[in-house]
Design a protein around this ligand. Structure first.
Ligand code: HMG
Ligand code: MG
Length: 303
């Protein structure tokens, strides 16, 4: 069966904007996040405390955080996670009162090297003290795992390899594991097979989230396959913004609007006001100077 409710983990301000080459002003980012909270999204990934030279678009994290400080009061239950790669990033996030962080590992060697400048195992070693210290400080930690289905340099990624790294992230203290199809090559049968691999390793499905990219138009089919296996947390990006600057051929994330259209059509609750969300993505598309790639945004805006 399908769930009655899905929690959407909105990644537009982080995963979406990190790939934009022209710098978006910090006021626009703050307004974007405020609007996403106002449409009913309850988890909005705000920014990254990574090295500013690696992701220049998010180098303003310190300026952004104070502008978001009143949002959780205005929108009860709102969480604003930030990406943190290492202890330096954790120090910065804690200094700005982050209550939720995410570390981001890779299921493949090549992407670990390109995205984190280390081997996959060295990256795990880098995250361990981050997760421990964050947890001690009462901060919730999500673990992302990238390249869970295919890697642009290494090809298909074996289920065992993905499960091994995923279990490591959970065992080090991540409360949630987001399985990323970073380059959008997965098809629904692979999704079911990977989730079966985690079930076999005794990982409860309520600790898993899915993160699909729409490169081959499979993101919604893959999401439906995951929902059928019991997943209830789905990552998506408002307007379909984004991709990863360190992954060849990583185009848009699953658009939040396309996801909400499908979920509401299935009678699954999200808490999101779709019209208001579409208006927000239309507004952001104007700021970025090009139309949203989301089919639902295009249909509802009549563009
Ligand atoms: P490195 O060069 O190996 O870092 O980068 P290092 O530890 O050798 O340190 C070098 C210098 O950088 C030091 O300064 C550090 O202090 C400084 P120095 O002592 O030489 O003056 N430094 C920092 N400064 C500020 N903030 C920090 C920080 N860390 C070190 N956090 C590092 C390693 C991990 C930092 C780098 O590779 C990095 O920042 N990578 C991030 C790349 C990134 O953000 N990629 C996109 C996100 S992942 C993604 O999009 C996938 C996902 O969306 C899911 C999916 O779709 O699959 C999550
Ligand atoms: Mg992504």
């Amino acid at each position: 069966g399908l769930p009655e409710e899905v929690r959407i983990h909105e990644v537009g301000p982080r995963d979406g904007l990190q790939n934009e080459s022209s710098l978006v002003p910090v006021e626009v980012k703050a307004e974007f996040i405020g609007r996403l909270a106002a449409v009913g999204l309850r988890t909005v990934e705000a920014t990254s405390f990574v090295h500013p030279k690696w992701v220049p678009q998010l180098a303003d994290a310190e300026e952004l955080m104070p502008r978001l400080a009143d949002l959780p009061e205005r929108h009860p239950g709102l969480r604003l996670p930030v990406l943190v790669p290492n202890e330096r990033g954790l120090d910065r996030a804690l200094a700005h009162h982050a209550t939720d962080i995410a570390v981001f590992a890779s299921a493949t060697e090549t992407f670990a090297r390109r995205n984190l400048n280390r081997s996959a195992d060295e990256a795990m070693a880098m995250f361990r003290p981050v997760v421990t210290r964050a947890t001690e400080a009462g901060v919730t930690v999500r673990g992302y795992l990238s390249m869970c289905f295919g890697d642009p340099w290494e090809g298909p990624v074996p289920v065992d390899q993905v499960v091994r790294y995923g279990v490591q992230l959970l065992e080090m203290g991540c409360t949630e594991l987001s399985l990323g199809d970073t380059i959008g090559v997965a098809t629904p049968g692979q999704v079911a097979a990977l989730l079966a691999g985690f079930a076999k390793a005794d990982v409860p499905v309520d600790r898993l989230a899915v993160h699909f990219h729409d490169t081959y138009g499979q993101a919604l089919s893959n999401t439906l396959a995951a929902l059928r296996e019991g997943v209830t947390t789905v990552d998506a990006s408002a307007g379909g913004l984004g991709g990863c600057p360190y992954a060849k051929s990583a185009t848009g994330n699953l658009a939040t609007e396309d996801l909400v259209w499908m979920l509401h059509g299935l009678g699954i609750r999200t808490g999101v006001d779709l019209r208001a969300l579409v208006a927000t993505s239309g507004w952001m598309a104007e700021r970025l100077g090009r139309p949203s790639p989301s089919r639902t945004v295009q249909a509802l805006l009549g563009t």
